[in-house]
Design a protein around this ligand. Structure first.
Ligand code: GLC
Ligand code: CA
Length: 547
């Protein structure tokens, strides 16, 4: 059955965190060769596209989000030739390839920043370099805080710019670019074309709401520090400035030079879905992550609210809604659902598992995560699956402090454990030491894997027809015929703890409570998140029905 929409409006996109996906050369770090060898796995899973986290040369101050050269490949990950081969291999099995572009900041080892530090005034103007405040310029130019903690400014200690400060909304190794500078704009349009020419189908835009800062870089008041980036209430002169939209109009015209048109997905943490919709106007970006779904507690009423809101606001600008349960920045879904649930949307601090000291119940979390996946995949629009979600992996919350790599840990003064716990290398088979992540008996993974992941490995789940992996495969196989071109979401009023919707014949029901709920007589269960559903829908379970 031919799809009725362009692919990107209904796609299931699998997020490849390349460092932790699969290692092809035994050094314990995931790479392109490892990914290339698993393209068949992704094809069998049934995804439409992959989004690969940054794979460019990087000093890894922030896991590759500090890019030293946008037109090359990080040597630990491979070569440009291997990248081309990967793109072609994915295309050969019908999988589109989306890369991650990081335009808000470069690495401090990017040639531009090195030239700026060496005193080249043209290069300096591509960044935000300012004298400090105070009698001797000893105070930062404004009060902005880094998202990772501490001031968003670092003082330059030697060379021609000694004593001046540069802006970095993230790590000190990630100086912010000055998007008022036309050279910056031209450079990025050229980088987009570089990859589009190689067949890349689109870009996920990192921190898409941050590029343009309020004129004069005014104080933002500590209470609303940029640190609050992931909190939707945040209103700050560093974020979501109106001038940013002009940049994306330019990017859209680059994408339109290609056939088929290349696409963009924005990572933009803004104060409302209405603000987000502004990024999706017809001459701007195609889609944007709507993150309220991953902030929703496991409660039918909240789920229903965020789903309605996402659909309505995307529709207001003619864009498809997007559904994300987790990614490389937040606590894994299983763990988020493995503790008692609040009655409001969660903040990321809460998500990092430190909110209550309550022990996680991973079996409960896994049961809910399975149900959540069926809800996600039944909705209109595009769905993102973060690697390991299809295996039901949990957050690793007890990493030893001395192995932590996320800059958040040090920059927060060792108070925020950061995001390493959702970035653990994947378990492919049951054999230790690396569960097949890396070849060789001596391989050591870049972050340690927990002792019990053999049972969650791909190999173990292949054998178990009730595994999470089989559930994802079944759901992705059914999705095109059942949901891809189905009608709008119409809610059915069943019970307070049940969110149930009809899309023109096919229905999805989820029970977030504990009491059994009777399913409609005559409806057939096409797929259930827990085994043994018959006539009644148990708690923490979802079903797909054909009526
Ligand atoms: C985005 C990325 C995150 C990164 C940050 C800075 O939020 O998803 O991983 O640390 O941008 O580039
Ligand atoms: Ca490797």
């Amino acid at each position: 059955m031919a799809p009725q929409h362009p692919w990107w409006q209904t796609a299931v996109v699998y997020q490849v965190y390349i460092r932790s996906f699969a290692d092809g050369n035994g050094d314990g770090i995931g790479d392109i060769r490892g990914l290339r060898a698993r393209v068949g796995y992704l094809g069998a899973l049934g995804v439409d596209a992959i989004w690969i986290n940054p794979w460019y040369p990087s000093p890894m101050a922030d896991a590759g989000y500090d890019v030293a050269d946008y037109r090359d490949i990080e040597p630990a990950y491979g070569t440009l030739t291997e990248a081309q081969d990967l793109i072609d291999a994915a295309h050969a099995v019908g999988i589109r390839v989306i890369l991650d572009i990081v335009p808000n900041h470069t690495s401090d080892r990017h040639a531009w920043f090195e030239a700026a530090l060496a005193g080249d005034p043209a290069a300096r103007d591509r960044y935000h370099v300012r004298p400090g405040r105070g009698a001797n310029g000893e105070l930062p130019p404004n009060d902005w805080q880094s998202v990772f903690g501490g001031p968003a400014w670092t003082r330059i200690t030697d060379g021609p710019l000694q004593g001046q400060w540069y802006l970095h909304l993230f790590a000190p190794g990630q100086p912010d670019l000055n998007w008022e500078n036309p050279e910056v704009r031209a450079e990025f349009e050229d980088i987009l074309a570089f990859w589009f020419d190689r067949g890349v189908d689109g870009f996920r835009i990192d921190v898409a709401h941050g590029l343009v800062k309020a004129e004069g870089l005014p104080d933002g008041a500590q209470a609303d520090a940029p640190q609050a980036m992931l909190q939707v209430e945040a209103q700050h002169p560093a974020w979501d400035q109106d001038g940013v939209h002009d940049i994306y109009r330019g990017w859209r015209s680059v994408a339109q030079r290609y056939t088929p048109e290349r696409i963009f997905i924005a990572e933009a943490w803004v104060s409302s879905n209405e603000r987000l919709a502004r990024y999706l106007r017809p001459d701007e970006l195609h889609t944007a992550f709507q993150f309220d779904f991953l902030r929703s507690p496991w409660r039918a009423a909240n789920l229903r609210g965020v789903i309605d809101d996402a659909i309505t606001s995307a529709a207001s600008v003619g864009a498809p809604p997007t559904w994300v349960l987790s990614n490389h920045d937040v606590t894994r879904t299983v763990t988020r659902f493995s503790r008692s649930q609040p009655d409001h949307l969660v903040e990321t601090d809460w998500e990092r598992g430190r909110w209550s000291g309550e022990e996680p119940d991973h079996e409960l979390g896994r049961r809910r995560a399975r149900a959540a996946a069926l809800v996600q995949l039944a909705l209109p629009g595009t769905a993102y699956v973060y690697q390991g979600e299809e295996l039901g992996l949990e957050e690793i919350e007890d990493l030893p402090d001395d192995v932590r790599q996320d800059p958040t840990w040090a920059q927060s003064g060792f108070t925020d454990v950061g995001r390493d716990g959702c970035r653990i290398p994947l378990p492919w088979n049951e054999s230790e030491p690396t569960y097949g992540f890396a070849d060789g008996p001596d391989a050591v993974t870049w972050l340690p894997q927990p002792g019990h992941w053999a049972e969650h490995s791909v190999e173990a789940q292949e054998r178990d027809p009730d595994s999470m992996l089989h559930l994802y495969r079944a759901a992705l196989k059914l999705r095109p015929s059942l949901w891809r071109d189905a009608g709008e979401v119409t809610w059915l009023d069943v019970a307070a703890e049940v969110a149930a919707f009809d899309r023109g014949g096919a229905q999805c029901w989820v029970n977030t409570g504990t009491a059994d709920v009777t399913l409609p007589a005559g409806a057939s269960v096409v797929l259930a998140s827990s085994p043994g559903v018959d006539g009644v829908l148990p708690g923490d379970t979802a079903v797909w029905l054909q009526t």
